[in-house]
Design a protein around this ligand. Structure first.
Ligand code: IMP
Length: 544
């Protein structure tokens, strides 16, 4: 007789087996007794695959009332999220949080640009009058990125439409030329009440770039853009408000009194989600700010943070937070743990806070320390509903700032908002990151920044006589466009969930809670084994 059990009984044998392979999330967390875990300290064990990766749903609720098709967010940092990042993150299914190291007006212009983008009818188009000049159009192009502008009698929406200027009309003209002299008057328009479908069909056949919608007195009501038509077709995952069909806009503010004024301007620009941005969120300033926002703007979603403990989270949830941003010291540019000796390893922080916050239906955003697709999956497995990325998205075409060369590599500046350079950034007249902190360092030049009057109050140190840095300033390599990079993260996430046998983020988190999804700790040598090793040299191309 065989010494082995019959192979046909393997599954049955497994069912009667006392303990399951690997660890549950709770066991994983308690496995180090009193230590905290980072994403690199563990792995998910594989599950059973009976579906293709392409059907895996990455949809996730990132605040109490906002659901996105992908769980990706970009950080409110001045080297990460301005208009281009916010618009394109939203088009690709995530969301970008516009930073507040700039004046309220500059920040509001970015929010407005996001809300105006690809929204079927543009109900609040930029309009000029016939006495406006080519210089005005060039200024709009520089600030907002477009120059197809309707011209009305008074220069306002609701007035009689006279013409339209496009990039071709202004070409070769002196900046002082009045728009009335050069605008196109051969217009194709659609009447008020036209459906989006009809207007789109008209735009397709007339071959114009813009279709003004006018009332019976030829007054301008709204505008439809050909470029939006194309985007509508190309971005099935885009993050839009189900009511207005506009892209979601998110922006950060601080916790000072002046931030209430800032928020008013941002709300006026159409803000959907506000992130009360602080490195240590459990402060009386933040709690009062959250309560004030919820009382003043009940429909605004409030992301509060940052926190890393249940106790901190409880305070924010009690104050009315709609989502909790988790992370202290895990960011790639961060020296908080080193200097302040305060913080928490990120996987533990996310797990502890998410487990607690989930009891109240408050989603958690895992912020910082995401440097590959695996980290995204682990953050979600620890209970996060979204990941917020700074360094991983800095260096893309859509990040603010220009590329430059550093030691032969094409790079962009990336700096912590608690770096001396960012804290001293003067926003008025010096918008965006300086050419490159890293470049000036490399040249042996100390980056001189004027003392700012709109510096963020994220680190409680911006207005002190002695500024204590919690971040560094550096550069990251060119990553190309997020139009390639985000789909890579998305597809990578789908494949990872497939490996884990989970059809969706929701299933993954349910599986973690029930103990069905299993984990394994990684020793130091397991981490070496899990990386590339033993090669003389290699090329690491992440996607194609
Ligand atoms: P990364 O994705 O690892 O680069 O981390 C980005 C996150 O680091 C941001 O979303 C912030 O929460 C955090 N952060 C930004 N600036 C600083 C800083 O100067 N010190 C510490 N943390 C920072």
């Amino acid at each position: 007789m065989s010494q082995f059990l019959d192979a046909k009984t393997a599954l049955e044998h497994l069912r009667t087996y006392q303990s399951r392979d690997g660890l549950s999330a709770a066991e994983l967390m308690s496995s180090t007794k009193h230590g905290g875990l980072t994403y690199n300290d563990f792995l998910l064990l594989p599950g059973h695959i009976d579906f293709p990766a392409s059907v895996v749903s990455t949809e996730s609720r990132i605040t109490r009332n906002v659901v996105l098709k992908t769980p990706f967010m970009s950080s409110p940092m001045d080297t990460v999220t301005e208009t281009a990042m916010a618009v394109n993150m939203a088009l690709l299914g995530g969301i970008g949080v516009i930073h507040h190291n700039q004046t309220p007006e500059e920040q509001a212009a970015m929010v407005r640009a996001v809300k105006r983008h690809e929204n079927g009818f543009i109900t609040d188009p930029v309009v000029l009058g016939p006495t406006g000049t080519v210089a005005d159009v060039l200024d709009i192009k520089a600030r907002l990125g477009f120059c197809g502008i309707p011209i009305t009698e008074t220069g306002a929406l609701g007035a009689k439409l006279l013409g339209i200027v496009t990039s071709r009309d202004i070409q070769f003209h002196d900046p002082s030329t009045p728009l009335g002299d050069i605008m196109t008057t051969d217009l194709v328009t659609a009447p008020a009440g036209v459906t989006l479908l009809e207007a789109n069909a008209l735009l397709r056949t007339c071959k114009k770039g813009k279709l003004p919608i006018v009332d019976d007195k030829f007054r301008l009501i709204s505008l439809l853009a050909r470029s939006d038509l194309l985007k509508n077709q190309n971005f099935p995952l885009s993050s839009k408000s189900p009511v207005s069909k506009q892209l979601y806009a998110a922006a950060a503010i601080g916790t000072r009194d002046s931030d209430r004024e800032r928020l008013k301007v941002l709300v006026g620009a159409g803000l959907d989600i506000v992130n009360v941005d602080s490195s240590q969120g459990n402060s009386i300033y933040q709690l009062e700010m959250i309560k004030w926002i919820k009382a003043t703007y009940p429909h605004l979603e409030v992301v509060a943070g940052n926190v890393v403990t249940r106790e901190q989270a409880a305070m924010l949830i009690h104050a009315g937070a709609d989502a909790i941003r988790v992370g202290m010291g895990s960011g790639s540019i961060c020296i908080t743990q080193e200097v302040m000796a305060v913080g928490r390893p990120q996987a533990t922080a996310v797990h502890q806070v998410a487990e607690f916050a989930s009891k109240f239906g408050v989603p958690v955003i895992a912020d910082g320390g995401i440097s590959n697709v695996g980290h995204v999956v682990k953050a979600l497995a620890m209970g996060a509903s979204a990941v917020m990325m700074g360094g991983l998205l800095a260096g893309t075409e859509e990040a603010p700032g220009e590329y430059f060369y550093h030691e032969g590599k094409r790079v962009k500046a990336y700096r912590g908002m608690g770096s001396i350079e960012a804290m001293e950034q003067r926003s008025v007249g010096a918008k965006g990151p300086p050419k490159a902190a890293a470049a000036s360092k490399a040249n042996g030049v100390v980056a001189v920044a004027e003392k700012g009057n709109a510096a963020t109050a994220r680190y409680f140190s911006e207005t002190s006589n002695v500024k204590v840095a919690q971040g560094v300033s550096g550069d990251v390599q060119d990553k190309g466009s997020i139009h390639k990079f985000l789909p890579y993260l998305h597809t990578g996430l789908q494949h990872s969930l497939q490996d884990a046998g989970q059809r969706s983020v929701v299933d993954l988190q349910a599986g973690v809670r029930s103990g069905e999804v299993r984990f394994e700790l990684r020793t130091a040598s397991a981490q070496v084994e899990g990386g590339v090793h033993g090669l003389n040299s290699y090329t690491k191309r992440l996607f194609a």
